[in-house]
Design a protein around this ligand. Structure first.
Ligand SMILES: NC(=O)c1ccc[n+]([C@@H]2O[C@H](COP(=O)([O-])OP(=O)(O)OC[C@H]3O[C@@H](n4cnc5c(N)ncnc54)[C@H](OP(=O)(O)O)[C@@H]3O)[C@@H](O)[C@H]2O)c1
Length: 315
């Protein structure tokens, strides 16, 4: 188990992302997979010991939270839910935070979440002071165990950290894009600042939306579904560029009897205070991703992957 922030709630060192649960805008929920498959993913994650679920009020317009609420009613073990507040333009008063949280808790069928994150660093009409103070109020009220932010730069994270600290509340996490193919947080100050402040990184899109599984390759017939079809990284030239990384993932995978995806996620965990939250759409993916835990790459393997993925330090 690992804590969110220095003394925050403890969670499994790997979570599961649920953006694709109910989402038809980016993913292709209800075409290629549906409620039966994502329920099986939920159950497989629990059976494999992964109990941290990341969702957001906006995923599937509330459907991801609703499904999670429905599945967790019958769960035999306690689970930890991380959800997100959207700082939208019409949410300009502190009451909007309380209202949005009430709606999320209702959909989730619970009276408390482990982690409540601000989805983006937007401050249209609500200042960060008002927002952080409203979040601190909810911690005191007991409806949130820990506060997080998402997509915040190093400076924005520091500001939120200070504002929350003035109310005696720690900033537990910054949820940002991080994978072997998206290493920007190592060069733009986010990772360094998070370490200094004791803020845990939740790594989103840790498989680069499926690229690091190796199942999409220039010669394979598998094509991505949903909006990824229009992403250059999934076209032939993009796939050719990442082949050296995949080849090393396969090589290390064979040595440890693991898949390329498990090696890629294990590399993220090796960075320390980083919790990957790979998305899973079915039981097989949830089970496979849980296989990231219980073993480790050795130091030289971690270093070789770091060296080979340097071209992605700025993307
Ligand atoms: N805070 C934010 O702004 C933000 C932004 C993005 C994501 N997130 C969070 O991060 C989570 C994960 O990110 P993500 O979904 O963008 O990308 P990801 O985790 O890198 O990739 C997920 C996709 O990869 C494929 N996959 C996953 N595990 C697999 C396995 N074991 N074998 C084969 N294929 C596998 C699946 O798609 P296919 O089977 O269709 O290939 C799956 O939907 C989200 O669910 C969400 O909770 C947060």
């Amino acid at each position: 188990m690992i804590s969110l922030g220095p003394n925050g709630p403890t969670v499994t060192p790997l979570g599961i992302g649920t953006w694709a649960w109910g989402d038809r805008l980016f993913w292709s929920y209800s075409n290629d997979y549906g409620a039966t498959e994502v329920q099986a993913a939920f159950e497989a994650a629990l059976a494999a010991g992964v109990t941290l679920f990341d969702t957001a009020e906006i995923y599937g317009m509330g459907e991801s939270e609703r499904l999670l609420g429905q599945f967790s009613r019958d769960a035999k073990v306690p689970i930890q839910i991380a959800t997100k507040y959207g700082p939208l333009p019409w949410r300009w008063s502190a009451e909007s935070v309380a209202e949005a949280l009430t709606a999320s808790l209702n959909r989730l069928g619970t009276d408390r979440v482990t982690l409540y994150q601000v989805h983006w660093p937007f401050n249209f009409f609500m200042s960060q002071e008002t927002l952080c103070s409203a979040l601190a109020d909810e911690v005191k009220r007991g409806r949130i165990e820990a506060v997080g932010v998402s997509n915040y730069s190093a400076a924005q994270m520091t500001e939120a950290y200070n504002l929350l600290a003035s109310r005696g509340v720690p900033l537990a996490v910054n949820q940002v894009r991080y994978s072997l193919l998206n290493r920007q947080i190592e060069t733009n100050g986010i990772l360094e600042t998070a370490r200094r402040l004791g803020v845990t990184i939740l790594a989103y899109s840790p498989l680069a939306q499926g690229l690091l599984t190796g199942k999409y390759s220039p010669d394979s017939l598998t094509t991505p579904t949903g909006a990824r079809r229009f992403d250059q990284r999934f076209q032939r030239s993009g796939l050719e560029q990442i082949e050296p990384v995949l080849s090393l993932l396969r090589q290390f995978g064979e040595m440890h009897s693991r898949t390329p995806a498990q090696v890629a996620l294990n590399w993220l965990i090796a960075q320390g205070s980083v919790i990957p939250i790979p998305g899973a759409k079915d039981a097989e993916q949830a089970r496979a991703n849980a296989g990231t835990l219980g073993w480790s790459l050795d130091e030289s393997e971690v270093a070789k992957l770091e060296q080979l993925s340097r071209p992605w330090l700025h993307s």
